[in-house]
Ligand binder design. Structure first.
Ligand code: UN1
Length: 504
């Protein structure tokens, strides 16, 4: 443990964080690994928010006129600095969020990937040229920077989700105000330091392109309420989204919401079961079930259900649970005691609804003291009960059987959330049906891979209670810009559209 402390100090100083400046404040940051206090940070007061927003507005005025490919250069430098800091930032993600080393590093890789994507995007903020109905006229649309972007992020992807938003917001010409989770402010401060390094290599960037709000929900509230923050991108629970969305809507701001998921896999009778088992285990227990894309529901054809569940139980029995920093560990801790309790309570409710639970107990041996380590659970359910329809942010996999593929699709869609989904099948009809208009109703629908671990190139997000937002790849950049329709008249007449006559 002593060695671990020393390593953590080296990591903090490599990341430009002075360990001495990280103590004495009121926000206690603890590691889910062992409950150790990592930092005590000073919190910003809500009274400071006016100044924060004024600074972001000033940054916007300067940044919006910097040519977009030049803005991309700053993001290119950010990507370079992230590459250099990958090991240290990945380690800090592991300490602060409890991820295994490979997943901590993977999260930083996801940041690097989106920076590369955004650099390319900075030369492709394309608008359309549109045929005008009037002679001597030309129509087009132009995408302009929109203003300060507020980013509210969650503990489970403490840095990647910030980077998805920030890399795009910056190339689109906007400064960012970031409210990280109170559970993971240290990684946010580390990102700010890495961003400073990129800025130091870039000439003429305005000040305050990124401001980090360390503190409580009152800061997020002030951000959400501000009319000077036209876009709020918020990742977290559906409860949080329900609080944020009406406030932003009331001031006609734009929301990019990425809320709860209740992701399913349908396994058809023709599925490659060995591949399915690997996909299920990674997506159900990876990140200790704390991804918004985590596999939570398995809908299996009754003819193979017994076989698949037996294989899964065998795989689950041998899963290495423990210190996420140790080689070989696949399942680290839940983020806190409340998450452990939520898991136990969900299992109790599922049992009361007729579920048969395998696993799900607290692990206390061969794990660091002070962390919440849980065996992942498989729960065979008689049907899709209220508990199954509720997202519990923990490694619980509910298993249900089906006979007709149409029924499987109905079960898949019959939950309030709509983030990610997948089918395992070698039957082309099933695969195509799953992806069709009458198939999965989720924002993400996959064939023969699990629901989690999406690449940054696609748009990320989902429907229904997931909030409808799209982040990351494809044309998600449009959410960070305002669209302007332009009509240019190069004739010496002034014809009116729709043939209207108005002679004066
Ligand atoms: C999240 O859990 O909020 O698709 C994001 C995935 C990751 C992102 C998850 N690329 O699982």
């Amino acid at each position: 443990m002593k060695d671990m402390n020393m390593t953590s100090e080296t990591t903090l100083s490599n990341l430009g964080l002075d360990p001495a400046a990280l103590s004495g404040g009121s926000l206690k940051v603890t590691s889910p690994i062992d409950g150790r206090v990592l930092a005590e940070l000073n919190e910003m007061g809500a009274g400071e928010m006016d100044a924060v927003i004024a600074r972001a507005k000033a940054a916007f005025k300067a940044w919006r006129t910097v040519p977009a490919p030049r803005r991309g250069e700053l993001v290119r430098l950010l990507g370079e600095e992230l590459r250099a800091a990958k090991d240290d930032l990945g380690a800090l993600v592991s300490w602060e969020a409890g991820k295994i080393t490979s997943e901590g590093l993977g999260e930083v890789q996801e940041m690097i990937d989106i920076c590369d994507f955004a650099v390319g995007q900075s030369r492709q903020l394309y608008g359309l040229t549109i045929a005008s109905e009037r002679p001597g006229h030309r129509m087009m649309e132009t995408w302009h920077p929109i203003g300060p972007v507020g980013v509210i992020s969650a503990f489970n992807f403490p840095v990647a989700v910030w980077c998805w938003n920030t890399a795009l917001a910056l190339v689109c010409g906007n400064p960012v105000i970031w409210k990280p989770s109170e559970k993971t402010p240290l990684t946010a401060l580390a990102c700010a330091k890495i961003f400073e390094r990129a800025l130091a290599r870039f000439e003429d960037a305005p000040a305050d392109l990124l401001q980090v709000l360390v503190g409580g929900a009152d800061l997020g509230k002030a951000l959400v309420e501000s009319e000077d923050v036209p876009v709020i991108s918020a990742t977290g629970s559906t409860r949080m989204g329900r609080a944020v969305a009406p406030i932003v809507a009331a001031r006609f701001g734009k929301c990019i919401l990425e809320l709860g998921g209740n992701n399913a896999m349908i396994v058809g009778p023709s599925a490659d079961l060995e591949m399915a088992v690997r996909a299920i285990v990674f997506s159900a227990v990876g990140t200790a079930g704390q991804r918004c894309t985590t596999l939570r529901r398995l809908i299996v054809h009754n003819s193979i259900k017994g076989d698949l569940v037996a294989r899964l139980k065998k795989a689950y029995a041998g899963l290495p649970i423990g210190n996420p920093l140790e080689d070989g560990t696949l399942i680290g801790p839940l983020v806190d005691e409340a998450s452990g309790n939520a898991m136990s309570n969900a299992l109790k409710s599922a049992e009361a609804e007729g579920g048969v639970v395998f696993g799900g107990n607290r692990v206390t041996e061969n794990v660091p003291e002070g962390g919440v380590y849980m065996q992942p659970a498989i729960v065979e359910m008689p049907g899709q009960s209220a508990t199954v329809k509720t997202e519990t942010f923990a490694p619980i996999l509910y298993v249900m059987g089906y006979d007709a593929f149409g029924d499987a699709l109905e079960i898949q869609n019959d939950v309030p959330q709509g983030l990610s989904s997948c089918v395992f099948t070698l039957n082309m009809r099933e695969a195509e049906q799953f992806l069709s208009a009458a198939g999965s109703d989720c924002g993400i629908a996959n064939v023969n891979i699990g629901p989690s671990g999406a690449e940054i190139g696609g748009a990320f997000g989902g429907e229904k209670e997931t909030g409808g937002g799209r982040e990351s790849g494809s044309d998600a950049w449009k959410g960070y810009m305002r669209r302007q329709t332009n009509t240019v008249n190069y004739s010496d007449e002034l014809p009116l559209a729709q043939g209207v006559k108005f002679d004066i």
